[in-house]
Design a protein around this ligand. Structure first.
Ligand code: NAP
Length: 360
């Protein structure tokens, strides 16, 4: 006789959650879904998922609960509120947070679950929208191999690799390490394309050449074509990447360590956010290096880059670095340094800044 499939509740059916829930459905698990905006769950309902009016209703009878929402605040509210998932799920339920969120919050949730006879662990993923659609994500579990055994088959419906980091919160820490690496790759892609453009090279050929050697990155492979085609749709939203870089920088600050590459990436994404790019895909970082007309065509507005992003020590990254902070880009900009290597837009600034703190 075939094994009875666990019943699944899935909360958060956005860019990542919808295809992931789709794979679980396709594997024959009964799935109940809830999303803040109901319309985004509709295609799953047409494929056999059951709608619940609230998150609490969705999880009540479920053996396994997945959450894939936006921010740590969403996760905290969902799990820990009085009528939250820990209170509404049944004793014995396993709750798995796929959101990229805070390590300390993941530890709090796992602890609260343990005292209420549930199991909860963090399990962020990497692989992007394409990996979610293909069912080839990498799962990054804040749990042991033994902890995930009861849900391994379920995780395998949408992943091709599972890494177990051994304890609550460590999945989130490992995912943030991934985002720190991604940050440098994004800046590397944007710098390289801008440099090649200024040198008059064929950009597609340059990308292909870099991909054939040690400069190759996943970002150049998957996101550079979108940037070259002027496709700014997310994928992975700028505002979510800023959330991740902010989480990594906060962890680093707590441990008193420097992440200069991450700092520079945050500065650039902060600028993109300020000029209206929060909902674009992360590949839109390349627009910061382009003529203003291209940015305007993508819906950006440099005039939004206001004094609120300027502060006295001259850096635009939004962090309080303390006295004597110097720009992390390592260049002596001199008095007439132009933002983002002078590649085109109209920002010039005086001194001491990486990439444009003195906006206009
Ligand atoms: P998204 O499209 O914004 O999806 C998040 C979904 O969660 C939205 O549909 C949102 O509802 C829903 N939601 C938020 N709070 C909720 C709540 N309290 N109850 C019910 N639903 C709620 O974002 P995404 O791209 O799928 O990313 C989700 C998470 O995965 C983020 O933490 C992101 O950093 C991470 N991630 C993303 C990627 C990627 O490439 N996109 C890759 C790896 C990890 P609304 O529809 O009402 O907004």
């Amino acid at each position: 006789m075939a094994d009875k499939k666990q019943s699944v509740a899935f909360i958060g059916t956005g860019i990542m959650g919808a295809p992931i829930a789709g794979h679980i459905l396709d594997a024959g698990y009964p799935v109940t879904v809830y999303n803040r905006t109901a319309a985004k769950a509709q295609p799953l309902l047409e494929r056999g998922a059951v709608w619940a009016e609230t998150a609490a209703d969705a999880v009540r009878g479920a053996d396994v609960v997945f959450t894939m929402v936006g921010y740590p605040e969403d996760v905290e509210e969902l799990y820990l509120a009085g009528d939250g998932l820990l209170a509404s799920s049944k004793p014995g339920a396993i709750l798995i947070d796929l959101t990229t969120s805070s390590p300390s919050l993941a530890r709090d949730i796992a602890g609260a679950a343990a005292v209420s006879e549930r199991t909860a662990f963090d399990c962020p993923v990497t692989g992007g929208e394409a990996g979610a659609i293909a069912g080839t994500l990498t799962a990054i579990a804040g749990a042991t191999e033994r902890d995930i055994e009861p849900v391994r088959a379920l995780l395998e419906t949408f992943t091709s690799k599972i890494f177990c980091f051994g304890g609550a919160g460590k999945g989130q820490s490992a995912k943030l390490a991934n985002q720190v690496s991604l940050a440098a790759s994004m800046v590397g892609m944007a710098d390289a394309l801008s440099f090649a453009q200024q040198e008059g090279l064929d950009l597609a050929q340059t990308r292909e050449m870099i991909l054939s050697g040690t400069g190759a990155t996943g970002v150049l492979a998957s996101l550079a074509p979108k940037a070259l085609d002027g496709d700014w749709k997310p994928g992975f939203k700028v505002r979510h990447f800023m959330k991740d870089l902010g989480l990594a920088l906060a962890e680093a600050e707590e441990r008193d360590i420097a992440l200069p590459g991450c700092d520079v990436a945050f500065t650039l994404y902060d600028m993109l956010d300020a000029i209206g790019g929060a909902e674009l895909g992360t590949q839109a970082i390349t627009l910061l290096y382009q003529e203003e007309a291209e940015a305007v065509a993508a819906g950006l507005d440099w005039s939004l880059y206001t004094a609120e992003h300027e502060h006295e020590d001259g850096c635009g990254c939004g962090h309080d670095h303390g006295d004597g902070h110097e720009c992390t880009c390592g260049h002596d900009h001199g008095d007439d340094h132009e933002c983002c290597h002078g590649a085109g837009h109209h920002h010039e600034h005086g001194e001491g800044c990486c990439h444009g703190a003195d906006g206009e």
